[in-house]
Design a binder for this molecule. Sequence first.
Ligand code: SF4
Ligand code: SF4
Length: 217
Amino acid sequence: MKKASKVINVSDRAGRESSFTKEVLGPLVGMKLTISRMAQNLTGQISPTISYPEERRRYSDRYRGAHILTARQDGTPRCVACYMCATACPADCIYIEPGQHPDPLIEKFPTRFEIDMLRCVFCGYCVEACPEEAIIMSRQSEICALARDETVWGIERLMRRPELKEFGLGFRPNDKLVDSALAVTPKVKQAEKMAGRITLKENVEMIPHVTFDPSPD
Ligand code: SF4
Ligand code: SF4
């Protein structure tokens, strides 16, 4: 014969608690937390708000912000127009037109490379798909435009990134290989010349460093 399941009557248990605990201690414990939070706020111990845009929170080094097209030492894009990023993109917002590269070892380069920033969902799949470290992300989250066509970023816009000194790098395949180099403050003359363009050092094996400094170590 099937055993009857045990029934717990919670209303009975609630009725057994004294009215002092329910009606006095409970609210006091709640009030203690409220008052302690208020005191911490008033004394500045915790500050849940910041004065944006004068103050900004520091986002993770893996933040998925606006993209960067990385460059070779000669300033040309590292991209070999393989379409891996465009194929992986779930928002279908990357447009590439390939051209024949004069160097037969490189074969192709993009004559046109565009990302529609309004369609992009900043998932980072393009970065993960790229076999050349040619596309990485920054921590730039503020993308403003006065016209729709300004939200479609072409090669020039994706490569020349003066904002990076303020925002820094975001999601990329191997953060160990880029951060220390980016911490280098460019010399004034070089900073003007580079205007925030990212250059990869070719002499680092596999995944090169990204740096503002165009001179080799
Ligand atoms: S971040 Fe995602 S949505 Fe944006 S371009 Fe890359 S793959 Fe497409
Ligand atoms: S950015 Fe990378 S994945 Fe996209 S076309 Fe260029 S080389 Fe290929």
